[in-house]
Design a protein around this ligand. Structure first.
Ligand code: MTE
Ligand code: HPA
Ligand code: MOS
Length: 757
């Protein structure tokens, strides 16, 4: 089976929010955002916009009929600015007009005067000012302080880790359609239909049952639409309710890049201590998260940063401090890995620098410290069924790391102007929402009288293949062809209280719920068949759409049995609900068993740097990954390669640049570079761990959406090592990403001074 949307995607026939023909009289919204990053509005003049051609409505905070506040955790964010602008692009007013051109023109007529306030873009500065969104959290295991002096090697340093733009192909958008009796239907490009429903109901002053959210698919979400699709859906609904007409908002790329939050940039301090044998004895890290202007998902993101700060390594003494620092950037948000990548990066830097000091290869230290069964993380969870060392060992052997290293060493000895670098990256990523209550999934399965089946779950299709996985799960649980199964849009009237499609857990939660729903239907059907054959239900099985009795095929087909079941007045539809057993986490103590299980893997990366130009090519990525039992191999491979691509992009080309005034200067695709197919490693080898199972996942599968992102970190260190093969590096602060410009400045450090003089 393939990704079920592939034929539609490649022929351009898949429908997104604004591909569906517009209903009669539909209006278009555009948003007026703040021109500066921080200040108090002293005068807002919207009269010119209001009387512009085609304009039907102008809305500010006062025009919101219900609750004015939104937010994933705390309702701390006014839907439109409350008088204090917190970041450049902060929505101040919504303009609704007959065409999107008219709305865009009217936005240009909006006038605002703002008394500037000090702009803070650096989280260290916000921290020094005491401007935190929550209390600083401290996690400790053992005690680091007494250990430093017993260490043979201690290294410390500072890191400046940049954020990342989601760059989903489909920008944020929503279409709100007023219905009879004050009801509202919203087609939204959201990962969280129920959160959108709750907030739309809130701002409209309606009970949730009057609001229906429908989502066919997203053109990518990557976390960017977990919380930040809500705003546009709420705004469209407010205007639609007021004007009693359909209203659509489609952000253009620049507005989307300026107005929405991204992966959190972090500043970090780290300290690592090792014994002479390379064993890590203590690790301390201080995370200053650049949270942006409002809370959004910063708290949970920071929590995952803390949980993954020791990645795949067993460390006896750990101290982690984590602060959510309020700055004048757009509220930063979920992004593939959800803080995990920012947690793992500084430990890799620490190991890199310790290795340099000890005169050993970083992978020598990495290997000596990998986790295994029985290890207890600093948050209390014990590792079981651990495949970390297995993926590492298989990667080394299967892809001949010794041979690669020897080849690279020879190449570097023989070449002056090109240098190669190599790095290994182990990943251990926890699967489950760390907010335990979110770990629930629902599925509604309908078998129609012609034998065709439809499945609706809480899962959102955003390209990751949840629809295909659900179809595969239904087809395998019933024993019928996948061509008989269709996956529906996600809709809040069919499934209630949907958790976001996030945390890589969508397939797990909704897939297990789907299995339960199918089993309930199947049980009734098998009883009907057993009666027909005068046998016990367990003697009956459906294989390839044929009803089998005692292992032998009968004349009865799936379609035949469906009809018999219907005529016997036995139900052909069922709802399944699933929640993983045994997970718990005390968010205050930061202790428990937050994860249902872990996903493991190891990535090898080889690169070549052109030491005249500072450019580089990625020669090969070689991955050994633990997928459990794959549901659809091509879909899983797509997730691994896609995650890798995004991870590589984060640490290499993608440079999110804000000025000190909080102005995003990489705000379009002309200035923000993302990897394309050409940039990806020339060789991309993937070896799936064999003979593995995962009792926690549907059909023995493991979650795959986010973990491969962190393989990309290997590219950062591979490039660094290639540069080091050319000349020694000398830095006060480690900066990531490693853009070609950065490489050039590292190759020719005096060049920078020459240019600026
Ligand atoms: N893959 C595609 N094609 N598009 C996406 O938006 N989002 C990623 C990942 N893979 C995404 C994707 C993120 S951030 C997550 S959490 C998971 O998919 C969510 O889907 P899952 O829970 O089904 O893995
Ligand atoms: N991952 C993704 N999204 C989330 C999480 C998480 O752990 N917790 C809350 N939202
Ligand atoms: Mo993914 S960052 O959990 O949407």
């Amino acid at each position: 089976m393939q990704h079920c949307d592939s034929p539609l995607h490649v022929t351009g026939r898949s429908e997104y929010v604004d591909d569906v023909p517009a209903p009669a009289g539909m209006l278009h919204g555009a948003v007026f955002g703040s021109p500066i990053a921080h200040g108090k509005i002293t005068k807002l003049d919207l009269e010119a916009a209001r009387s512009a051609d085609g304009v039907q409505g102008v809305y500010t905070l006062e025009d919101i009929p219900g609750s004015k506040m939104i937010g994933a955790l705390a309702l701390d964010e006014p839907l439109l600015c409350d008088g204090t602008v917190m970041y450049q692009g902060h929505p101040i007013a919504l303009i609704v007009a007959e065409t999107d051109e008219a709305a865009a023109k009217a936005v240009k007529l909006c006038q605002v005067e703002i008394d500037p306030l000090p702009i803070v873009t650096c989280p260290r500065e916000a921290f020094a000012n005491g401007d935190l969104l929550q209390e600083t959290r401290v996690f400790e295991k053992g005690a680091v302080d007494p250990v430093w002096e017993t260490c043979a090697h201690v290294v410390e340093g500072k890191i400046d880790l940049a954020g990342q733009e989601h760059l989903y192909l489909e920008t944020n958008r929503a279409r709100a359609i007023p219905k009879e009796d004050g009801q509202m239907t919203v087609y939204s490009s959201t990962q969280s239909p129920s959160a959108t429903q709750k907030h739309v109901a809130g701002v409209l002053g309606l009970p949730m049952h009057k609001v229906e959210i429908d989502v066919k698919r997203l053109g990518g979400g990557f976390g960017g639409k977990e919380d930040q699709a809500t705003h546009w859906a709420c705004m469209a609904a407010i205007a639609a309710q007021d004007l009693n007409k359909p209203v659509q908002i489609v952000l253009n790329r620049v507005d989307d890049m300026k107005m929405t939050g991204k992966r959190h940039p972090y500043k970090q301090d780290f300290k690592i201590g090792l014994d002479a044998e390379g064993k890590i004895l203590a690790y301390e890290v201080n995370h200053f998260q650049n949270s942006g202007g409002f809370m959004d998902l910063s708290g949970p993101v920071l929590e995952r940063t803390v949980l993954h700060s020791t990645n795949a390594y067993a460390i006896p003494n750990v101290k982690i401090r984590a602060s959510a620092c309020r700055t004048n950037l757009p509220p930063n948000t979920a992004y593939r890995g959800f803080g995990g990548p920012q947690g793992m990066f500084p430990l890799e830097v620490a190991i890199e620098q310790a290795a340099a000091k000890m005169g050993v290869a970083a992978d020598w230290i990495q290997e000596r410290n990998l986790i295994e069964d029985g290890y207890v993380f600093h948050y209390g969870q014990e590792v079981e069924a651990c495949n970390m060392k297995r993926t590492w060992k298989e990667a080394k052997e299967h892809f001949d790391v010794a041979g690669t290293k020897a080849r690279i060493e020879k190449f570097n000895a023989e070449n002056k102007l090109k240098k190669k670098g190599f790095a290994m990256m182990p990943v251990c990523f926890g699967i489950s929402f760390t907010k335990t209550f979110l770990n629930q999934g629902s599925s509604l399965v309908h078998v129609y009288t012609d034998g065709s089946v439809s499945v609706t779950t809480g899962g959102i299709e955003m390209g990751q293949g949840i629809s295909s996985n659900m179809i595969a799960i239904v087809s395998r649980t019933f024993g019928i062809s996948h061509t008989k199964v269709k996956s529906n849009s996600t809709n809040t009237t069919r499934i209630a209280n949907i958790s976001p499609s996030a945390a890589s857990a969508t397939s797990d939660l909704n897939g297990n719920a789907t299995i339960l729903a199918c089993r309930e239907i199947l049980e009734g059907m098998l009883k009907v068949a057993a009666k027909e054959f005068d046998c016990e239900p367990d003697a009956v099985k459906i294989i390839d759409s044929i009803v089998h009795k005692d292992g032998a095929p009968t004349e009865l087909t799936w379609e035949g049995l469906v009809l018999k079941t219907y005529f016997s007045r036995v139900q052909l539809m069922a709802h399944g609900f699933y929640t993983p057993p045994d997970i718990h986490f005390d968010p205050v103590k930061g202790y428990g068993k937050p994860f249902h299980y872990y996903t493991y893997g190891t990535c090898l990366m080889e690169v070549t740097v052109d030491c005249i130009r500072g450019t580089y090519t990625l020669d090969a990525s070689q991955i050994v990954h633990d997928l459990g039992r794959t549901i659809i191999p091509t879909v899983d491979r797509g997730q691994i390669e896609g995650g890798l691509a995004q991870g590589i992009g984060w640490v290499t080309l993608e440079e999110l640049k804000f000025t000190e005034e909080g102005r995003l200067i990489s705000h379009a695709l002309s200035t923000y570079k993302a990897p394309d197919a050409e940039f990806m490693p020339k060789v991309m080898d993937l070896k799936l761990l064999e003979n593995v199972d995962n009792p926690g996942g549907p059909l023995g599968s493991k979650a795959v959406g986010e973990p491969p992102f962190m393989y990309g970190i290997a590219a950062y260190f591979a490039i660094r090592r290639a540069v080091e093969a050319y000349r020694e590096l000398n830095e006060d602060e480690i900066y990531c990403p490693m853009t070609p410009e950065q490489v050039l400045l590292k190759l020719y450090p005096d060049f920078k001074d020459e240019v600026s003089s």
